[in-house]
Design a protein around this ligand. Sequence first.
Ligand code: VAH
Length: 317
Amino acid sequence: MKTILITGALGQIGTALTARLREKFGVDHVIATDIQRPENSTVVENGIFEYLDVTDQLAVEQLVEKYQIDTIIHLAALLSAVAEEKPQLAWELNMGGLMNALEVARIHDLKFFTPSSIGAFGPQTPKVQTPQVTLQRPTTMYGVTKVSGELLCDYYFQKFGVDTRSVRFPGLISYEALPGGGTTDYAVDIYYEALKKQAYTSFIDKGTYMDMMYMPDAVDAIIRLMEAPSENLIHRNAFNVSAMSVRPEDFEKAIQAHIPEFSLDFEVDPIRQAIAESWPNSIDTIQARKEWDFSPEYTLEKMTADMLEKLKEKSLS
Ligand code: VAH
């Protein structure tokens, strides 16, 4: 991995990953792209940024040739809740964009990463310590595109030898960029509201377990996986990764250790609650640990301390 094209670079993962890869490889080796060009964005201002609509394969190919790309990190996609509102658009972007990026990777012999999600599992999947290989019959359009994406990436590896790699991300928590339209977004919103109002109303119900991970661990997982020897990878598309299985009330307790007066109440969003209940409570990450040393650093407590500190710094800047 030397010269990397990132699609969806302005998203929650893209913002953090772009900064880390620019640090690691140098700003001239990371081409951040997205379908907008916002004012005062660190992604746009701190390195090379290009407008890119991933539904236009020629446009993807032109940037790969212009910058002599050797790796595509394809993040552009609609997340679960938005995808349920716009299922046809979600299929077109999530699958059309993925196919275009995979085709360019095939034609130019590029290394390829795209994330799957715990959303690739469905209500019939074993819910506790969900295995790496198990029944996947998701009931959301997001999940349909994620399990289809896993299969498509496996196909491009087996049929065309494209070095495709992927992980099933849990809910990701970060302070750099807000998530956009996910079911797990409550786990980010809660920190902002804790500082602003010392209170938060969760749209996900009490007692609802979901896998979560802090963004530094997610970025580290992408880099570790992409730098692992190809011959070590058995379950390349897509590894279960997670750092914790938590409920909204677990966040409440962790935040109260820093803001004792913080209070949590509930106003459940039936659509996002139904999505959350169709996903596992906890997933087994043993294969990622075995095949490429996945090893998350942040517990709920350590993440909470860092999130609150970083958000305080952000609000003061
Ligand atoms: C979502 N944050 O909520 C994403 C993620 C596991 C959740 O895929 O849609």
